[in-house]
Design a protein around this ligand. Sequence first.
Ligand code: DC
Length: 227
Amino acid sequence: MASRVIALDGPAGSGKSTTARVVAEKLGFGHIDSGALYRALTLAALDANLPDQADRIVGLARTLPVRLALTGVGYRPEVAGVDVSAAIRETRVTERVSAVAALPPVREWVNAELRGAAAEHPAGVVIDGRDIGTVVFPEATVKIFLTASGEERARRRSREVELDASEAGVRRVRAELDRRDTADSTRAVAPLSAAPDAIVLDGTSLSFLEQVDAVVRLARKTIGSHA
Ligand code: DC
């Protein structure tokens, strides 16, 4: 693995990915968004009209291939060499991704890809997801579980995707987050949960920059100020 791994887990809408990206910039690390790989795989399966058959989805991922490519500026999700950063945020992908991510062979494939991608980075990586500190990198240098109230997460997600930020709009986003949290937390394999040795950070009353600073401080404390 990369010499240093910062695992940032938490539920949808906690701001993990945007936080992880800025923390990585500040530390000179790479940022890996593990959800992006599940999404890219889901997109490929949808476009190939594949049912939720794990072996066929993994076969497709290998042949296309689906991957996170290390570029000069970070890791980019690709399907058959095409950048799918925008396409993986489509609603049809969001609606399907939890079901695809619940398939054990899919998770094994993703985990191997994530470990390979992290090993490619010369400095270290900040990697965000649901099971990074528990399953993918149980030996991570720093483990943080980032959370926030359901209401606050729905507001943040509404702003992020520039959806209707009215009360009714936020309620709709919250229902979608709750549905995915329940699916991700109750699945049999690698459910969303904080590792016993993770530091739990509740960002409900923190601004984005305060949240970033809190993670950077925790990371620096553990890996040394020269990181
Ligand atoms: O972080 P995200 O919302 O883009 O992730 C999309 C889905 O992928 C999420 O609903 C659950 C799944 N996922 C997972 O099961 N394990 C991870 N480490 C990352 C994401």
